[in-house]
Design a protein around this ligand. Structure first.
Ligand code: NAI
Ligand code: NA
Length: 396
């Protein structure tokens, strides 16, 4: 099959197995080039197939020589249809990890369900005994609650007032105004149920009860803060309420894990192009300005650079883990540099379709977006038949 990108709105309907494999290989090479990290050896990554979760899994495996179990929700290839990128990424990861002699198993199913939690616990008991590090990196628009059976939907809405700001259609480069009506209380509650900390604490409780958390086990979930221009729709919007809840949950989990000396952290990460973030209004325009400035300054990072730095300079730096006044790990420190933020705030006032080519890195944004789906890699011959082998990996 010859596979080409097929765009629909904020998503691409196709994915390229060889390109996804290249993306995974590039991340592995980066981690190896940075040297070994003295980190956890038995790692569970929930949300392991794309974005920050995939980069965490790669850093654990190829930076720390860890055995990894990855949980994700992806579509396998079917007649005439490609798999989702996360499926190909995971197939490629499993190939590479196996070649490197590393233990690797993956579970493809709904992480919010009791069944997948139990399946994961059974696998840990059978193969690894216990886990030293749990990375919680889910991003989902929906969650079926395991006890009520209710399907909750998250939203990206401001709270209190209607919000109007500039946004960009990154496919066309057209900058326009977007207006979003404020959330209802139900929207807020649903978003907290989907993207807040309840499921994270359910995972940690189930694992503790089953005795599969090692003494001193650590767990890390990911959050975002960001600039003033996105505040109304992000940090002070519905998703921000969910992040507040996630951040508060870290303290509850640490408390619950006292008996085994466990600890939960939230790491605040940089804004990056992932499937989850490209759907947020205003954010892609901010990101294209940010990337231009950070690249010019030599401080730009992608998911893998962020996760490698999280492990080497924060989680496993050999001394105490540095946190902010709210107990959060900050690897958005470079993004939030005052000079960058001042420059963005100034550019924002006059940014338009005409000035974006000059002031923003739309090309970089688009290329990152294509890369997510395995497209745009120089080393891949897209006119050739895609590698069928990659489509029959051993994912449970
Ligand atoms: P992503 O969309 O790349 O990855 C989401 C992962 O969750 C995938 O592995 C997917 O398979 C998995 N998943 C989704 N629903 C699932 C389900 N029901 N069961 C099992 N697996 C499921 O997202 P990204 O951007 O890496 O986000 C991860 C975390 O990082 C989120 O909490 C997000 O808010 C946070 N974050 C993202 C930033 C960004 O700019 N992308 C910035 C800072 C934090
Ligand atoms: Na992820």
């Amino acid at each position: 099959m010859i596979i080409e990108p097929r765009m629909r709105g904020f998503i691409c309907l196709t994915a390229h197995p060889d390109g996804c494999a290249q993306n995974v290989k590039n991340q592995i090479e980066y981690v190896k080039s940075k040297g070994k990290i003295n980190g956890a050896k038995r790692v569970l990554v929930i949300g392991a197939s794309t974005g920050f979760g995939l980069a965490s899994r790669i850093t654990s495996a190829f930076g720390c020589d860890a055995a990894t179990i990855g949980v994700f929700f992806e579509k396998e290839p079917s007649a005439g249809k490609t798999a989702t990128p996360g499926w190909y990424n995971s197939a490629a990861f499993e190939d590479e990890a196996t070649k490197a002699g590393l233990y690797t198993k993956s579970i493809n199913g709904d992480a919010f369900s009791n069944e997948v939690k139990q399946q994961t616990i059974d696998l840990i008991k059978k193969d690894l005994g216990q886990i030293d590090l749990v990375i919680y990196s889910l991003a989902s628009p929906v969650r079926m609650h395991p006890t009520t059976g209710v399907l909750h939907r998250s939203t990206l809405k401001p709270i209190g007032n209607t919000f109007t700001n500039k946004t960009v259609d990154f496919h066309t480069g057209v900058v326009s105004d977007v207006t979003i009506e404020p959330a209802t209380q139900e929207d807020i509650d649903n978003t907290v149920v989907v993207m807040g900390g309840e499921d994270w604490s359910m995972w940690m409780n189930a694992m503790k009860e089953a005795g599969v958390l090692a003494d001193g086990a650590m767990t890390v979930a990911y959050s975002y803060i960001g600039p003033e221009v996105t505040e109304a729709v992000y940090r002070k919007g519905t998703i921000g309420r969910a992040k507040d809840h996630l951040e508060a949950t870290a303290f509850d989990i640490t408390n619950d894990l006292k008996a085994i000396n466990g600890k939960a952290f939230v790491s605040v990460n940089k804004a990056l192009v992932t499937q989850a973030s490209s759907a947020i209004p205003v954010v892609p325009l901010y990101m294209s300005l940010l990337f231009k400035i950070m690249k010019k300054d030599g401080s730009h990072e992608g998911c893998i650079e962020q996760m490698q730095r999280l492990y080497s300079d924060r989680l496993y730096n050999g001394c105490e883990i540095p946190t902010d006044e709210k107990g959060r790990i900050r690897i958005d420190d470079w993004e939030m540099r005052q000079v960058y933020q001042d420059e963005i705030a100034e550019l924002w006032k006059s940014i338009s379709t005409e000035t974006l080519t000059e002031n923003g890195d739309l090309t970089g944004y688009k290329s990152d977006f294509l890369n997510l789906f395995g497209f745009g890699f120089d080393s891949v011959d897209y006119s050739a038949e895609a590698n069928e082998l990659k489509m029959v990996a051993s994912i449970k």
